[in-house]
Design a protein around this ligand. Structure first.
Ligand SMILES: [Zn+2]
Length: 308
């Protein structure tokens, strides 16, 4: 059985470390980087529970919730400084509490790890399909790709560029293979998505030799692949305040000019018909109707890799 250690750091994050009886790789798990995403928090806690009763080789570090104050407030950003932890990595760009958190996670969980797994979801205001993503054009891409395939989601998003501030971008800078996962969000947790997250992490650990296989790696279908930037801040924005009505769902494939949704003002007048600027898969879609100007309405992934 693994031994367990818990360390509370001054930034507020608590790291749980499980060490197996045999030396091996080090894998770090993050859940709840965004405080309105309970799926990753529960999945990390369930994985730790499974590992406590397993023949673990190597070391697993885990934080859940990674942003405890944001999680307590059920908020995407920290109520302490209004910062989004997933825009603050590696934590050297500021002095506030969220940057301290990012610096502690970078130092203790990402730097020196053999693999990072960061479990997100669409949060309260958006929808996303169940997917696993990684950055495909960096040094550790082969091992990240292998981990994404082992994770076993029906959809894999290969990103062409690391977007600054994310856990995956600092991992890329440090040469650490990394994957993240997303699922539907909305404040509930679907059993099938939780099961995929838990079995996905365990399958990745089995794939790198940290757990016995137990058939974990042999029961999945071929995933669908999508491509392009994973910068969810760069999607199409609302032009004005109002109510957004979506005409598609996360995971839908749309053609250029297909209707994505409509924006109405608070008197019910149609303000805007929002259309797809190109073909793609809807990866990130506004769930919450009440929308302010410049809120992101949707993000598309490419169906084929872009030709340079
Ligand atoms: Zn997130």
């Amino acid at each position: 059985m693994p031994t367990q250690e818990r360390i509370a750091l001054p930034s507020g994050v608590t790291i749980t470390t499980l060490r197996g009886s045999r030396p091996g790789p080090t894998v770090s798990l993050l859940g709840g980087v965004h405080g309105d995403e309970d799926e990753g928090v529960l999945a990390v806690l369930r994985v730790l529970d499974e590992l406590r009763a397993s023949e673990l080789t190597g070391t697993v570090h885990a934080v859940a919730a990674a942003s405890p104050v944001a999680w307590a407030a059920h908020s995407r950003v920290s109520p302490l400084d209004g910062e989004n932890l997933a825009r603050c990595f590696p934590g050297t760009g500021g002095e506030g509490p969220t940057h301290h958190l990012a610096a502690d996670i970078t130092r203790h969980l990402i730097n020196g790890a053999d693999l990072l797994i960061d479990l997100h979801s669409a949060g309260m205001r958006y929808r996303m399909p169940l997917m696993c993503g990684f950055v495909s054009d960096v040094e550790a891409a082969d091992r990240s790709c292998r981990a994404a395939e082992a994770f076993g989601t029906p959809l894999i998003w290969a990103h062409t560029d690391p977007v600054p501030g994310r856990s995956l971008s600092v991992a890329a800078e440090l040469g650490v293979p990394a994957v993240y996962a997303e699922c539907s969000g909305g404040g509930g947790i679907r059993q099938d998505e939780l099961d995929t997250y838990v079995s996905g992490v365990l399958a990745v650990l089995a794939d790198v030799g940290m757990l016995p296989d137990h058939g974990r790696l042999h029961k999945r279908k071929e995933p669908r692949w999508v491509y392009g930037s994973g910068d969810l801040d760069s999607g199409m924005q609302a032009k004005c305040d109002g109510l957004f009505v979506s005409a598609v769902d996360a995971g839908d494939i749309v053609d250029v000019d297909d209707e994505i949704g409509r924006c109405y003002d608070y008197q019910g007048h149609l303000l805007d018909v929002v259309r797809a600027p190109r073909q793609g898969m809807v990866m990130f879609l506004r769930r919450q109707a009440r929308t302010l100007a410049h809120d992101v309405l949707f993000v598309l992934a490419d169906l084929t890799p872009r030709q340079e």
